[in-house]
Design a protein around this ligand. Structure first.
Ligand code: KG4
Ligand code: ZN
Length: 357
């Protein structure tokens, strides 16, 4: 663990379906990282139900904050600032964390710091680790985002590209649903893919225009759907399919998982490659490549990004598994840099569902 003293920041995260609190000193030393996942509540619906998510956050938020303090052996008075992920996310979910953080900051008379959840994912690789070397090439891959960035510093980044339809994590979840693997699908599909023959099926790699740094995953998802279930009769929600995933053997399911994963990750690496070439050509060659978000837990992506860094002779920064999925340590860690810049918020801090950055 990194030695760290001041300041001690409490981070709060409730943007989606994890209620989390963490205590971080010096921006990188994680003293507690508590995450209450709601997966069991959403599983039977096959996806996140926003109203259920916000109610579950209300129940968990105070216990999770208490547990973080207990795990760190700290008391509320020890907290120097309160940070909260206030954008983007599900509005009802965000409001729970933002309200709790405001109440605590007000009661303790400490600074309040609103943090962009997507930017925090790109900071997660610095937790319990060395500082990230900038400029960096950044890729956020989660259930809601597939974004590429040129990162100048922890708080300054320029978005180079984003998905024009599904996020890559969303594609994982939808393909897992097509294969009847349960929710959330990413981790299960990742494990199944490791047993499958990726060359048994070939799915499309959508790269868009020759210079585009945007992503598109809906074509890949549809290709998997038609491969597994056959061509639909009828259109839209009334469409019927000749078969479903039960018609596949276990080997065939594993092959579909592996072929999907190969196509999904190939596209991410191809776009990193394009961005690397573009930035280098304009004299902004990155010193490191940073990934973050739930899909950065993926075994093939971690391996391929490591190879990418090796090929380009740049440092590879992949978060520890504990910091890939939604967590509050990344919120508290990034907030450290805001506090150091004296850029804090007040009690008018809004919860914002979408963000352009
Ligand atoms: O960052 P995150 O926890 O929440 C959002 O901000 O969206 O990411 C959740 C996403 C889900 O779509 C989940 O299926 C995916 O990350 N995921 C994975 C893996 N672990 C989680 N996708 C692929 N491989 C994994 N090992
Ligand atoms: Zn996230």
């Amino acid at each position: 663990m990194i030695a760290g003293t001041d300041p001690l920041i409490l981070g709060v995260e409730s943007s989606c379906d994890e209620t989390a609190a963490a205590l971080v000193t010096s921006g990188r030393a994680v003293r507690a990282n508590i995450i209450a996942s709601q997966h069991d509540l959403h599983r039977k619906f096959g996806g996140i139900v926003p109203e259920i998510a916000s109610r579950a956050h209300v129940e968990s938020i105070l216990p999770v904050m208490d547990q973080a303090l207990e795990a760190a052996g700290a008391s509320p008075d020890d907290i120097d600032a309160v940070a909260v992920g206030n954008r983007p996310g599900l509005i009802g979910s965000l409001l729970v964390g933002v309200s709790a953080a405001k109440a605590l900051a007000w009661a303790l008379d400490r600074p309040l710091i609103g943090v962009n959840h997507v930017q925090a994912h790109l900071y997660a690789a610095a937790l319990d680790a060395e500082p990230i070397e900038y400029p960096a090439l950044g890729l956020v891959v989660s259930g809601g985002h597939t974004n590429l960035y040129a990162i100048h510093s922890p708080l300054h980044m320029q978005r180079l590209g984003r998905t024009i339809d599904d996020a890559v994590g969303e594609a994982y979840d939808k393909v897992a649903a097509i294969l009847h693997l349960g929710f959330p699908g990413g981790p299960v599909l990742d494990r199944l893919a490791q047993q499958g023959d990726a060359a048994a099926v070939r799915f499309p790699r959508t790269l868009l225009d020759a210079t585009s740094l945007d992503f598109s995953y809906s074509g890949l998802k549809t290709a998997v759907l038609y491969h597994v279930r056959g061509k639909p009769q009828g259109r839209g929600s009334g469409a019927t399919f000749p078969r479903d995933a039960d018609a596949l053997s276990d080997d065939q399911k594993a092959a579909v998982a592996a072929a999907f994963q190969a196509a999904a990750i190939d596209v991410l690496i191809a776009k990193l490659q394009r961005a690397m070439e573009g930035l280098s050509a304009q004299g902004d060659r990155p010193r490191s490549v940073v990934i973050g978000g739930g899909v950065s837990a993926n075994s093939l992506l971690r391996q391929r990004v490591a190879e990418f860094g090796h090929t380009h002779q740049i440092t590879v920064r992949i978060p520890d598994l504990a910091y890939c999925l939604d967590n509050a340590a990344m919120i508290a860690g990034l907030a450290h840099h805001r506090l150091a810049d004296h850029r804090v918020d007040d009690l008018t801090l809004p919860a914002i569902a979408t963000t352009e950055s």
